[in-house]
Write a new protein. Structure first.
Length: 98
């Protein structure tokens, strides 16, 4: 098991990353790693928490960038409509860029 679920401090630029409790703040950490982390950070997070815990968190999160939703869908082998953030995105469409 890795020592921490992420590698870069850029992911937690707004909090003191050294004082994060990895168990109590697991949802916050998983969401942030998937939102801002690179592939290696996501791998470390999966090794640390496991796919079941990550799935529980990501299926119920309110926001992820679209490309990260697709990545999470592929990693967890779940359909896009199972993700709350994808459903919320569909309910609030963006303006058509022209």
């Amino acid at each position: 098991m890795p020592a921490k679920p992420y590698d870069h401090k850029k992911i937690f630029w707004d909090v003191d990353a050294e004082k994060l409790d990895f168990e109590k703040k697991a949802s916050f950490i998983i969401e942030r790693v998937f939102e801002r982390g690179d592939v290696e950070d996501i791998r470390m997070c999966r090794r640390f928490y496991g796919d079941e815990k990550i799935g529980d968190v990501l299926l119920n999160t309110k926001y992820l960038p679209l490309r990260k939703i697709y990545l999470a869908s592929a990693i967890l082998d779940k359909p896009l409509i199972a993700f709350r953030c994808y459903t919320l995105r569909q309910l609030n469409p963006e303006f058509f860029p022209y």
